[in-house]
Design a protein around this ligand. Structure first.
Ligand code: GDP
Ligand code: IMO
Ligand code: MG
Length: 435
């Protein structure tokens, strides 16, 4: 069976998925995004060039590979075309290799306006969204009034559907926020973008199923992370799509039975951008240290990321929800100078041990983590590629993680560069790459 592997974030996003997908994509014919939109920011560093991909799967950076933007995503045509331009000017021609679903929903500029207005109206209870219009676009999708890429491909259909949508939206927006929805020039601008988009638009579910049928391999590139998933994350402090492994099947139209494995990605610690509960968040001084060593600033918004210790309760949950068969640990090098590393092995709620992730956000916020202290290796791992050169205490840390989560650590990342990576000998992940 052709391999079809899903890769997901196991925390609140920014685990280093971009770097890992870029490395692994050499072993896959196609990389596909299944959820989210240009709220994602996936960083790939190849020699002196730093790429930040938002909607286009990172596999596109390998010139012989194909990339798919599936129907479960939301597409801002202007943002997508500017991403295409940036790639083209860096020598990455996407022609004939990038395929955009005709069923994906469209993000319009007014979705961004609504996102901003809704965040401002929430005041101190805001969600800290990326303000890219993601939530409002998914709202229209679920309310069954959204416009899809296929609508954009037919000017007459587009004008009629957009007019109907705007009638409703403009009135609601005026009533809710007391200002007008900005729609001047929208139809013409959208139709110009539609023509630029047209060469990429296909039925991507058909494309992916046919590719798999012919024995071509596919990697599904998760965006966001397990704890940002609309169903399984820290609701309402989540994104508006299914960022867990189940979302890959739904969002790409590839049957679950065709999926051959799931890879999870975690940092050696935890970060979060935006608001919401974060049980293992570090005090300011420690967080500052990790933030500066790990360069923890949002790749899309530039916001400083909140930093905390690794949370094994969360990772165990992510293993369960996603069916992770191999875990990748990134940013090990950030702890190179760390004397003692804290790892959360359990929680207490009002003095009672808690085994499961609570559903209620209030309860989640009141969890008290229980830590185990692990000795740091205090020697450089930055840029290491050979497993044999890992300091013993670093191996002990990785072994501790894999023992606690019941899943192998199949790959370790020791720097942002493509080559600062090791796939562990004898691991399931190594087998997946070879097969
Ligand atoms: P993503 O959204 O999961 O793709 O992650 P981001 O790209 O938003 O954030 C990860 C950041 O960590 C980026 O700046 C990467 O270049 C960087 N990074 C990835 N892996 C490593 C690593 O092993 N070590 C270090 N120091 N940086 C890394
Ligand atoms: P990648 O793929 C980190 C967060 C936002 C906010 C919440 C909702 O780079 O890991 P949204 O704009 O989606 O409505 O915001 O989700 N968020 C992310 N945080 N990494 C991401 O993507 C994120 N995408 C959304 O910060 O808290
Ligand atoms: Mg990111």
């Amino acid at each position: 069976m052709a391999k079809a592997i899903i890769l997901v974030g196991t925390q609140w996003g920014d685990e280093g998925k971009g770097k890992v997908v870029d490395y692994l994509s050499s072993a896959f014919d196609v990389t596909a995004r299944f959820a989210g939109g240009n709220n994602a920011g996936h960083t790939v560093i190849i020699k002196d060039h730093r790429f930040i991909l938002q909607l286009i799967p990172c596999g596109i950076l390998r010139l012989e590979k194909h990339a798919v933007i599936g129907s479960g995503t939301v597409v801002d045509p202007a943002a997508l075309m500017s991403e295409v331009e940036t790639l083209t000017s860096a020598g990455i021609d996407v022609t004939g290799r990038l395929h955009v679903s005709n069923r994906a929903h469209v993000i319009f500029p007014f979705h961004r306006q609504i996102d901003k207005a809704a965040e401002a109206a929430r005041g101190s209870d805001n969600l800290g969204t990326t303000k890219r219009g993601i939530g409002p676009a998914y709202e229209d999708k679920v309310a069954r009034r959204g416009l899809r890429i296929c609508d954009l491909m037919d000017a007459e259909v587009f004008r009629a559907k957009l007019a109907r949508l705007l009638d409703e939206k403009a009135a609601t927006f005026r009533k809710t926020y007391g200002v007008e929805l900005e729609i001047t020039g929208l139809v013409e601008e959208s139709l110009v973008l539609a023509e630029r988009l047209r060469p990429y638009v296909i039925d991507t579910a058909m494309y992916l199923n046919q590719a798999l049928g012919k024995g071509r391999s596919v990697m599904f590139e998760g965006a966001q992370g397990t704890m940002l998933d609309i169903d399984h994350g820290t609701y309402p402090f989540v994104t508006s799509s299914s960022s867990t492994a189940g979302g890959a099947s739904a969002g790409c139209g590839v049957p679950p039975i065709r999926i051959t494995g799931v890879i999870g990605v975690t940092k050696a610690y935890t970060t979060r951008v935006g608001t919401g509960p974060f049980p293992t968040e570090m005090p300011d001084i420690e967080a500052e240290e990790v933030r500066s060593r790990g360069n923890e600033f949002g790749s899309v918004t530039g916001r400083p990321r909140r930093c905390g210790w690794l949370d094994l309760v969360m990772l165990r949950y992510a293993v369960m929800i996603n069916g992770i068969g191999s875990m990748v640990v990134t940013k090990l090098d950030v702890f190179d100078a760390q004397k003692e590393i804290q790892v959360c092995v359990g929680y207490k709620y009002k003095g009672t041990p808690v085994k499961e992730m609570p559903a209620e956000v209030g309860k989640f916020a009141a969890l008290v983590p229980e830590y185990k202290s692990v000795r740091g290796w205090q020697s450089p791992t930055f840029g290491l590629r050979e497993e044999s050169k890992l300091p013993q205490l670093a191996r002990d840390y990785l072994k501790f993680i894999s023992d606690e989560i019941g899943t192998e650590v199949g790959m370790v990342s020791t720097g942002p560069e493509r080559d600062a990576t090791m796939v562990r000998g004898g691991s399931q992940l190594e087998k997946w790459l070879r097969d």
